[in-house]
Ligand binder design. Structure first.
Ligand code: ATP
Ligand code: MG
Length: 432
């Protein structure tokens, strides 16, 4: 199906011919759909909700689209908040669940008020013009994300050929990828995210356009990139995401220092990153919390060690070299992705903790064990070991045992440590 022209009638798939049932839609989303419908508005489930249900997956949230304006929506729901500057959206709150309701958006170029759509170097800065269902479909990103489930008759509405692409398991851009990536470069990362999550193939034109426009990601505000990065790596498909980012040379834009090191063929660092991501995916699947700081600490560990060794060769102490190198690496990374302060400190502590874990003599081990930052540092050490870094057997086993040992056992462990031969290079350590 041609997916570039927008003056076409949609394919309508009646309830009997598709697999989405109301029972699969969350109760809150159903309530919102029905209240909009009963008030005389058009109301559709759209985006990931429809896509994932058709694929037999459990949607992570339900996004709705309607012809009611945000103000009209908020009049229907007491639990409604209007949010967003770039896109004005209604959030309907049901306990912890939020149903996002967007008013149909139209083409900015058709706006009577030119100020409504601000374009800079082909990039859409604001995009807040209301439109029809059809216009709303054509301004979405991928065809499989532009399927609508109509609460009025339970049919599916497909303007862009999304159903066929879904069946073929391919991710196709609506319209010309070059134009769409210029409008919003984050769509390149979304392409990778959906390809990783759904196991879909990227359409050839998408691949070519990414190769051509990937540097445009640098023009995206770093804070938005940070949000997108969390979605890329904390949704349970981090390993595949990493492979695709590397393959399409987007890692070079998102994590330049890591990418440079990987391109030198550093197999240990590659193994380390993979192991970190495998563990992250496992934690997500087990519904355990994941700390973004840990993830950043891992993605930048190889470059950090390299920079640190340069400072070491200039006769800096291990701790000092670690501190200075940490600052360098985090500053360079922040040029691309804004690292909020609340993440920078824990990242530095995980790294500094690697040196601290080696210095166990005297009261140092017992002191460090009491610190809130011990756990992440210890987990990071285990990760290094798991990824095959040599020489960590004794250190890992020691710390694992030390944590569960009672007082006399700990004393014994520290005493035997003292008898162990000292390392040839005594590193100064700041007294805890
Ligand atoms: P998931 O929620 O599983 O991550 P999703 O497809 O629902 O995936 P959202 O970010 O929730 O993604 O966005 C909802 C829908 O809004 C998308 O399916 C897409 O149709 C549209 N959309 C979101 N971001 C963009 C964008 N940058 N450009 C165009 N359309 C977008
Ligand atoms: Mg969604």
């Amino acid at each position: 199906m041609d997916n570039t022209a927008s003056a076409s009638s949609p394919r309508i798939i009646p309830r009997a011919d598709h697999t989405i049932s109301r029972a699969h839609i969350s109760e809150s989303a159903r309530k919102v759909l029905y209240r909009l419908h009963d008030a005389g508005y058009a109301a559709y489930l759209v985006g990931g909700g429809v896509r994932d249900l058709l694929l037999g997956l459990r949607p992570k949230d339900f996004d709705l689209a309607t012809n009611a304006t945000p103000e009209q929506i908020s009049q229907l729901f007491r639990n409604c908040r209007l949010i967003g500057r770039r896109f004005r959206l209604a959030h309907i709150h049901f306990g912890r669940e939020i149903i996002e309701v967007a008013t149909f958006r139209g083409h900015h170029s058709q706006s009577e008020d030119r100020d409504d759509a601000l374009v800079h170097d082909g990039m859409l800065l604001r995009d807040n013009v209301y439109g029809t269902l059809e216009e709303d479909a054509w301004r979405r990103d991928f065809t499989v994300n532009a399927l609508y489930y109509n609460i009025a008759d339970f049919s599916l509405v497909d303007y862009t050929g999304g159903l066929e692409d879904l069946q073929q398991r391919r991710l196709k851009m609506i319209g010309d990828p070059t134009v769409r990536f210029q409008e919003d470069p984050v769509r390149m990362l979304r392409a990778i995210r959906f390809a990783a999550k759904l196991g879909f193939a990227l359409d050839e034109t998408v691949i070519l356009a990414i190769a051509e426009h990937r540097q445009r990601l640098q023009a995206v505000p770093p804070a938005r990139l940070f949000d997108e990065l969390l979605k890329l790596f904390l949704k349970g498909h981090a390993l595949r995401t990493y492979e695709l980012l590397y393959q399409h040379d987007l890692l070079a834009v998102m994590f330049p220092t890591a990418d440079r090191l990987l391109k030198t063929g550093d197999a240990l660092f590659d193994r380390f990153v993979r192991q970190a991501l495998i563990n992250t995916d496992q934690r997500i699947h087990d519904d355990k919390p994941v700390n973004p700081a840990f993830l950043f600490a891992a993605m930048l560990w190889g470059p950090l060690l390299k920079t640190k060794s340069v400072y070491r060769s200039q006769n800096m102490s291990s701790i000092q070299a670690m501190q200075v190198a940490s600052g360098d690496i985090l500053n360079e990374q922040s040029q691309v992705i804004a690292l909020p302060k609340r993440f920078r400190l824990p990242i530095r502590e995980i790294w500094a903790g690697q040196t601290r874990l080696e210095k166990r003599q005297g009261r140092r081990a017992s002191w460090f064990l009491q610190q809130p930052r011990f756990r992440a540092a210890y987990d990071f050490l285990l990760l290094r070991h798991q990824a095959g870094e040599a020489g960590l057997d004794e250190l890992c086993a020691w710390w694992t045992q030390f944590q569960v040992a009672d007082e006399p056992q700990r004393k014994h462990m520290l005493n035997t440590l003292r008898q162990a031969p000292r390392r040839p290079k005594p590193d100064a350590i700041a007294e805890p």
